[in-house]
Design a protein around this ligand. Structure first.
Ligand SMILES: Nc1ncnc2c1ncn2[C@@H]1O[C@H](COP(=O)(O)OP(=O)(O)OP(=O)(O)O)[C@@H](O)[C@H]1O
Ligand SMILES: [Mg+2]
Length: 542
């Protein structure tokens, strides 16, 4: 159970959320969808509910355990094994390590006294391990992991060798493992920030059922409307314009209806305000003619102005990005070829002998399950990682544009402006300002360090960098992750009209459809095929 009282959340000078009273409360059985535009303050608010940071004002009371999944994978100790990270949720990893230590002591002891002591300690530890669910818990953890696309072999790897997506799945598994302590009932409040971003359709379906059956509280931030539809029974809508949260105690479908009605009412109110402001102005002009009524006229004008300003602010914040991908620079018939690409991590073969050639203007989708090496293939093609075997040959005039899944192409310490400057060193200042404006960055936000941007804002900035580049081959790794539905639609529109070549990795079937691909590359085999409805279906289903 979590209750926020008189909460006020700020970022810089901006008020993201002010919620007087204690309407923001998470009780057992509440499954709340926290929604709103990119940058509205969802992540910031959830961090505060989780106790990761303090609010600007107000207080948060927490009862019972909390499982918090941040939007960005945390940097922690990366040398521990994935399996231990999951088990650590219930302190089991520590007990297992101590058991191993006592076992070594038993084996090495030359003195009976020491050996007996080690044996006694070991059995005490084993007993505790058993009480906590022990060996059963281990297999339960493994089951959760496998359902989230983390097979046995990945669990034996150190966190540092995992992809960002895999690391995030480990974190999710850890939290769900902790929340489901085997007894079937859970009093954990789950706070999940975009949990489906790195999951394939199978894992999402599993997660959906898990969350439906969770009987502690839940707040989930997601742009995945299907998940929201199936899971949530309440909705908090964070309005970026008003800096307020609207609480809807109803399921997703009814919320959508209610929102539509609310929007209509607001539009009516807006029209009314406009009319009133107009009338006030007319009155003020009449009164202003008489010296004795000058003050009243001034006040009326001010009031009209204030009304209009409020409307204007709403108008600005309601904007959407106008995104277009670049006019591709001229290039030869086949701007990019690769031969015999092989990638191995330790003893783990990701893929071997992958050949591909990307023709001018061709559209290719890379398909494969979680962990099949899609991100790795794109990193190789982008040149941010070396293949173990094989070569990549740039063709005549190749200009690559790479969108990395984890926004790796952004410099977190540099500002928004410096990042775009870096992406397009030769562009004129006005052009760049215009470009950033189209991606909805302006004013003080240009000076904000990229590292402090919201997930969706980072995606927008990275895409803006691509647009300034005149690239003729775009390598896009999950370009619609993190985007709110309106911004996502903009990106899909840009994808539809781009005339250069695209290599796309996506779990988003809408993105694949928008690309209208000609070919598909299947990983890990590297086989190529013509695109067909079947492949479209595969993305939709699994
Ligand atoms: N240090 C800072 N200075 C100014 N603004 C900041 C700072 N840190 C964060 N912000 C802004 O606060 C706003 C809220 O960010 P937050 O991450 O909470 O958004 P969000 O609703 O989770 O968005 P998304 O859907 O993109 O994940 C963003 O506009 C972000 O740029
Ligand atoms: Mg967020």
């Amino acid at each position: 159970m979590i209750t926020a009282t008189d909460l006020e959340v700020r970022a810089g000078a901006r008020t993201l959320l002010s919620a007087p009273g204690d309407a923001l409360r998470i009780a057992p059985g509440d499954r709340i969808g926290l929604v709103g535009r990119n940058g509205a303050g969802k992540t910031t608010s959830l961090r505060i509910l989780a106790g990761e940071t303090e609010p600007y004002a107000g207080s948060v009371r927490r009862n019972g355990p909390i499982g918090y999944l941040p939007q960005d994978p945390k940097e922690g100790d990366l040398s521990i094994l994935a399996k231990d990270r999951v088990l650590s949720a219930r302190g089991l990893d520590e007990i297992l390590a101590q058991m191993a230590r006592q076992q070594t002591l038993m084996a090495e002891a030359t003195d009976d006294k020491y050996r007996d002591r080690a044996i006694a300690k070991f059995s005490r530890l084993e007993e505790r391990f058993g009480t906590l669910g022990g060996y059963l818990a281990e297999s339960e953890a493994a089951r959760i992991c496998s359902n989230l696309g983390l097979p046995e072999r990945v669990l034996e790897q150190e966190l540092r060798t995992l992809s960002g997506g895999q690391r995030r799945r480990v974190e999710l598994a850890r939290i769900l493992f902790a929340a489901s302590d085997g007894s079937g009932k859970s009093d954990t409040t789950l706070l999940l920030d975009e949990p489906t971003n790195h999951l394939d359709a199978d894992s999402i379906a599993w997660l959906r059922t898990f969350l439906q059956n969770h009987d502690g509280g839940l707040v989930v931030i997601s742009h995945d409307v299907e998940l929201l539809n199936d899971v949530v029974n309440r909705v908090w809508f964070l309005d970026a314009v008003r800096g307020e949260a609207d609480v809807y105690n109803m399921n997703w479908k009814r919320y959508l209806d209610q929102r539509a009605t609310d929007e209509q009412r607001r539009r009516r109110e807006r029209a009314n305000a406009e009319k009133k402001a107009g009338a006030l102005r007319v009155q003020a002009a009449k009164l202003g003619a008489k010296a004795t009524k000058a003050t009243a006229a001034q006040q009326m004008l001010k009031r009209a102005e204030k009304m209009m300003n409020e409307l204007e602010a709403e108008h600005v914040a309601d904007r959407t990005a106008k995104i277009r991908f670049p006019e591709p620079a001229p290039c030869g018939k086949t701007p990019l070829t690769a031969q015999g690409l092989t990638k191995v991590y330790g003893s783990l073969e990701i893929f071997t002998g992958v050949d591909l050639s990307i023709d001018k203007g061709s559209r290719v989708v890379v398909l494969g399950l979680n962990g099949a090496g899609k991100t790795t293939l794109l990193r190789l093609l982008a040149g941010t990682e070396e293949p173990d075997l094989g070569t990549i040959e740039p063709g005549y005039g190749l200009k690559l544009g790479y969108f990395a899944q984890e926004h790796d192409t952004l410099d977190d310490a540099a500002t928004v402006w410096e990042n775009i400057r870096h992406a397009a060193p030769d562009a004129g200042e006005q052009d760049l300002r215009g470009l950033l404006g189209a991606f909805m960055f302006s004013g003080a936000q240009l000076e904000q360090p990229a590292g402090t941007l919201s997930g969706g804002e980072k995606t927008r900035l990275a895409l803006a960098g691509l647009v300034s580049s005149a690239a003729n081959v775009l390598l896009l790794d999950e370009p619609t992750n993190n985007l709110d539905p309106i911004s996502r639609e903009q990106v899909l529109e840009a994808l539809r009209s781009y005339t250069g070549a695209v290599v796309l990795v996506t779990h988003d079937s809408g993105a694949a459809a928008a690309l209208d691909p000609q070919r598909v590359i299947l990983l890990p085999d590297g086989t190529e095929d013509h695109w067909s409805d079947e492949y479209q279906e595969i993305i939709e289903l699994a």
